[in-house]
Design a protein around this ligand. Structure first.
Ligand code: AMP
Length: 280
C-alpha cells in the first residue's frame, strides 16, 4: 500500500496503475475510516479494481458553525484500515495543496442539491463537488465509489458527472449498520452512551416506515407522520427534515413507489447532527 500526500505523486501513481492494466476505483472519504468505508473498498476490490482511497477533511464542505475543527482525524488507523483491506493507494493531500489561499473556483449542481441537506447545509454540496472534481482530475479513476449512507450525495454527484460529461462509472454500496441498526458514522464518536441510545430511534422510525410500505401504505404523508411521531418520543432527538424522495431527483414523491422511493432523515441528537435513510 502506498501512502501519498502530494498531488504530483498521486497523479503519477494513478497513471502507473492504469498503465499496468488495472482499473482504478476512487473512494473519496473524510478519513476516520470505519466498517462502512471498508465495505465499499471490498465492493470495488471484488470487481478487480485497484482502489485509491482519499482521506481528506475537506474544509469547503463545512459551514462556519459546523464541526470542521472537531471532525475526527485518525491517520495511523486509516493507514492500518487501508493495508488490511488491500487498498492500492491512500491519498492524504494537504489542505494547502488542495485549496491554497487564493483558490477561487467552485462547482455547483443547482437542482438535486437544493432540497434536504441543501436547505440546512447550503455549503455542503458545492464544497463536495469542488473537492471531488479536483480529486477526479488528479486520480482519473474509471469508477467512483460511494455509499448509500449519503444518498443525496450520490444523486448530486451522478447529476454533475452527467451534466459535465465526465465518463466515470458510479459504484454504490448499502449502508453498513451496527448490530442494533445504527448507521456507522465517524460522527457517532461524538455521542455519549445516552445520546447513542436515543439516536437509535431514527433507525426504528425508518424501519417502521418501511414496514408500513410493505403492508401496502403508499401515502408519503402517512409514513412521514408515523416517523415524526416515533422520533418525537426521544427528548434529545430532533428531526431537521424527514423526506420521502425519489432516489434520482431527491424530489418529494406524491406516492411511495416501493424500491424507488427512499425516506431520508437528518436529525440533531442534542448538538450532534446525523443523517440516515432507508429504501421504502
Ligand atoms: P465520509 O468519510 O463520511 O465522507 O464517507 C465516505 C464514503 O463512505 C461516502 O460515500 C459515504 O456514503 C460512505 N459511507 C459512510 N458511512 C457509511 C456506512 N455506514 N455504510 C456505507 N457507506 C458509508
Amino acid at each position: 500500500m502506498q501512502k501519498i500526500d502530494s498531488i504530483a505523486a498521486m497523479r503519477a501513481a494513478a497513471t502507473e496503475l492504469t498503465k499496468s492494466g488495472q482499473r482504478v476505483a476512487l473512494l473519496p472519504t473524510l478519513g476516520a475510516l470505519h466498517a462502512g468505508h471498508a465495505s465499499l473498498i471490498r465492493l470495488a476490490r471484488a470487481r478487480g479494481d485497484a482502489v485509491v482511497v482519499s482521506a481528506f477533511v475537506n474544509p469547503l464542505q463545512f459551514g462556519a458553525s459546523e464541526d470542521f475543527a472537531r471532525y475526527p482525524r485518525h491517520e495511523a488507523a486509516d493507514v492500518a484500515w487501508c493495508e488490511r483491506e488491500g487498498v492500492a493507494v491512500l491519498f492524504t493531500p494537504t489542505a494547502e495543496e488542495m485549496f491554497p489561499k487564493h483558490f477561487s473556483t467552485s462547482v455547483a449542481e443547482e437542482r438535486v442539491s437544493k432540497p434536504l441537506c441543501g436547505v440546512s447545509r447550503p455549503a455542503l454540496f458545492r464544497g463536495v463537488l469542488t473537492c471531488w472534481l479536483k480529486l477526479l482530475h488528479i486520480v482519473q479513476p474509471t469508477v467512483l465509489v460511494m455509499g448509500e449512507k449519503d444518498l443525496q450525495q450520490i444523486a448530486v454527484v451522478q447529476k454533475a458527472l452527467e451534466d459535465l460529461s465526465l465518463p466515470m462509472a458510479i459504484l454504490t454500496g448499502p449502508t453498513v449498520r451496527e448490530a442494533d441498526g445504527m448507521a456507522v458514522s465517524a460522527r457517532n464518536s461524538y455521542l455519549t452512551p445516552v445520546q447513542r441510545e436515543e439516536a437509535l430511534v431514527v433507525y426504528q422510525a425508518l424501519k417502521r416506515a418501511k414496514e408500513m410500505v410493505a403492508g401496502g401504505v403508499r401515502s408519503p404523508d402517512r409514513v412521514m407522520a408515523e416517523a415524526t411521531h416515533i422520533i418525537g418520543e426521544k427528548r434529545r432527538v430532533r428531526a431537521i427534515y424527514i423526506g420521502v424522495v425519489d432516489r434520482q431527483t431527491m424530489e418529494a414523491v406524491r406516492e411511495v413507489t416501493p424500491g424507488q422511493s427512499w425516506m431520508a432523515v437528518a436529525f440533531w441528537v442534542d448538538e450532534v447532527r446525523l443523517t440516515d435513510n432507508i429504501m421504502l
